[in-house]
Every structure is written in structure tokens, then in C-alpha cells.
Design a protein around this ligand. Structure first.
Ligand SMILES: [Fe+2]
Ligand SMILES: [Fe+2]
Length: 353
């Protein structure tokens, strides 16, 4: 690789923030202590806990994606002036394979975002229990980047570059000097959505390597989202309505951009179709499978925002926005601050063996 090529593989985000020491080593936050203990015993090894010798058929994996895959786009073919009107079974089969690569590639990039954001939290959070826990999450995220990159390289053959919406979100989180914004952007929003998306993929796939990989990644992600909920719940109790309103606006902005990232701009470009034409048709047709998929992505975010007091703070500003985009019905679903203990598949496998 030449120096220019090497530089092209690097993306730097400039930020000004305080690296914070605390001299208060007293263990004072029982919920974070419990989470940290769980994280230490539920570590797994991507090299030995997954069977990388398994053969993977990318076309079969793609077919199984169902509602999370091509089904939510196929209805577009019937629309007038649809850019995919000419697509037959061959093209849709290719979309399925591309979509699978695109999804897993964005997961991989998002995981690297989580790695950087959580390393940031280690530096910026002022509580010792949170620094301890965040250090375990840094290890988890390294493992997640590792497994997605390896699956893409060894089983699917290539990777997509990062989606612009996702990149913009990660850059904004990393640029912000406020420690709670790293948590809100990453643990609550990006990881909350990832947990829901992994759950949907895990439910439909029968490919054994991907299935086990997702089960294990989800066990870790549930703790990460819980880390956000348990930390911010305490901190947000002390913020003013104006400060909470800023957080609501930030969360909503991230939510809108996360929704767009699942439109897979890069995949449509690769298929030789203008992504803007796809979005216009999507708005026009609004297929039920698409609506349902997009709503389900919010099934973790909404109850967690409620638990943080963000739905109803500042005259219920965020409640109104979530009502407008049709996701408020999830508000009373289980929040991850409680749910993470039941999602530990690594511990379950160890107890069974
Ligand atoms: Fe992760
Ligand atoms: Fe995570």
C-alpha cells in the first residue's frame, strides 16, 4: 500500500474535550457495579467461540432476510416511473446479496464508531464505576469490529464504505465535548437501534455462523444500552428543562438520520440505480413491509428515552416527534436497563455446557 492509499483509509475527527480524572475511587453506583461484574464474566473470544470453518452461501443468507431485506423494496417495482420497474428475479436476487453486504458493512463501521465513542467515555465520564464499565465495553466493541470484518472478508467477499448518514452521526458524537452526548448518541440511539436490527436479523437467519455471532453480539449490546440507560438516568435527573430540550433535539436528529441510513444509498449506486429516485418512489408507495421495518428499529430507543425522562421533559417535545413518525407505541415496551440480564446468551451457553 502506498502512503496516499494508507491516508485514504484514515478518517480523522477533530475534537476538543477534557480528559477527566476522578480521585473518588469509592464504589457508589450499585447498578453499574453489577453491570461491570456481568461484563467481566460474559467475555467471549471471537477466534474460538465461533466456528469459522463453516461454509456460507451468500445467496441463501440474503433470501432469508425477508422483511429486513428485499421484501421492503420489491413493492417499489409496481409504482409509476419506478427506477426498479425493469428488475426481474435475477436483479432482486442480486439486491438481496448486496443488501446483506451493505447491512453488515454498516454494522461493522458502526461498531468501530462504538469503539471510539466508548474509549471517549472512559476519558470523559467523571464516575469511577462508569470508567470501569466503559473499559469492558471498549474490549467488546473491538471484538464486534473483528467479527463483522472477518465475516465480510471471509464469507461474503467484500465490504461497503461507510454510509454518509452514519458517518455524519458518528462524527457529530465524537466532536461534542459533553460526556453525556457520547452516551446519548451511541449507547441510547445508535446501539439501541443496532440491538433492534440485530434482533430482527437473528430471528430470520438460519445461517449458523451468523446466527451465533449475532446472538453473542446482542448479549454484549444489551449491556451497552443498559450502560447508557443506567448512567444517563442519574445524570438527566439533575438537568434543567432547557438542557433536556437540547438532548431531545439531538436524539431526534440522530433518529431521523439513522432511519435514512437503512435506505442503503451505496447499495443502489452499486446496482446502477439512482438512490434519490428510489427514495422518491419509496415515499410515494410507502410499502407496509418498509413501514413495519422502520418502526421496529425504534422498539428499544423509545422505551429507553422514556426511562431517561426524555419523552416528557420540556413539555413532551420528544413524545410529539415520536408520535409524528409513528413509533410512540413502543413507549411501554421493556427498557434495556432491566432487560439486559435476560439477554445474556453467552452465560446461557456456558451454563449449558
Ligand atoms: Fe458493538
Ligand atoms: Fe455496543
Amino acid at each position: 500500500m502506498t502512503t496516499t492509499e494508507q491516508l485514504e483509509t484514515i478518517h480523522a475527527v477533530r475534537a476538543e474535550f477534557d480528559g477527566v480524572f476522578t480521585w473518588d475511587y469509592a464504589r457508589s453506583r450499585p447498578s453499574l457495579i453489577k453491570l461491570y461484574e456481568k461484563a467481566k464474566t460474559s467475555q467471549w473470544n471471537a477466534s474460538t467461540d465461533l466456528d469459522w470453518s463453516l461454509d456460507v452461501d451468500p445467496e441463501r443468507v440474503a433470501q432469508e432476510l425477508g422483511g429486513g431485506g428485499t421484501v421492503r423494496f420489491q413493492a417499489l417495482a409496481e409504482a409509476e416511473n419506478s427506477p426498479v420497474k425493469h428488475f426481474g428475479p435475477k436483479e432482486w436476487g442480486k439486491v438481496g446479496v448486496e443488501l446483506q453486504n451493505s447491512l453488515l458493512s454498516q454494522f461493522m463501521h458502526g461498531e468501530q464508531g462504538a469503539l471510539l465513542c466508548t474509549a471517549r467515555i472512559v476519558e470523559t465520564v467523571p464516575w469511577i464505576d462508569a470508567k470501569y464499565y466503559a473499559a469492558t465495553q471498549v474490549m467488546d466493541e473491538a471484538r464486534h469490529v473483528e467479527v463483522f470484518a472477518r465475516y465480510l472478508d471471509e464469507k461474503l467477499g467484500y465490504q461497503y464504505r461507510i454510509n454518509e448518514n452514519l458517518k455524519g452521526i458518528l462524527d457529530d458524537i465524537l466532536r461534542d465535548p459533553r460526556w453525556d452526548i457520547a452516551y446519548l448518541g451511541m449507547q441510547i440511539m445508535v446501539e439501541g437501534l443496532a440491538l433492534a436490527a440485530f434482533g430482527m436479523m437473528h430471528m430470520v437467519t438460519t445461517e449458523p455462523l451468523l446466527k451465533k455471532m449475532l446472538r453473542y453480539v446482542m448479549s454484549d449490546e444489551a449491556r451497552h444500552v443498559a450502560f447508557g440507560v443506567l448512567s444517563l438516568q442519574e445524570y438527566y435527573k439533575g438537568l434543567s428543562a432547557a438542557e433536556l430540550r437540547e438532548r431531545q433535539e439531538f436524539a431526534y436528529d440522530v433518529a431521523c438520520r439513522l432511519k435514512r441510513r437503512f435506505a442503503h444509498t451505496e447499495m443502489w449506486e452499486r446496482m446502477g440505480v439512482d438512490p434519490d429516485a428510489v427514495y422518491r418512489t419509496m415515499d410515494q408507495v410507502n410499502p407496509p413491509a418498509q413501514q413495519q421495518f422502520q418502526q421496529l428499529l425504534f422498539s428499544k430507543i423509545v422505551p429507553n428515552c422514556k426511562k431517561l425522562g426524555l419523552l416528557d421533559a420540556a413539555d413532551g417535545w420528544l413524545r410529539e416527534r415520536f408520535t409524528e413518525i409513528g413509533v410512540i407505541q413502543f413507549e411501554d415496551w421493556a427498557d434495556t436497563g432491566e432487560e439486559y440480564g435476560t439477554l445474556d446468551e453467552v452465560a446461557k451457553d456456558r451454563a449449558a455446557s
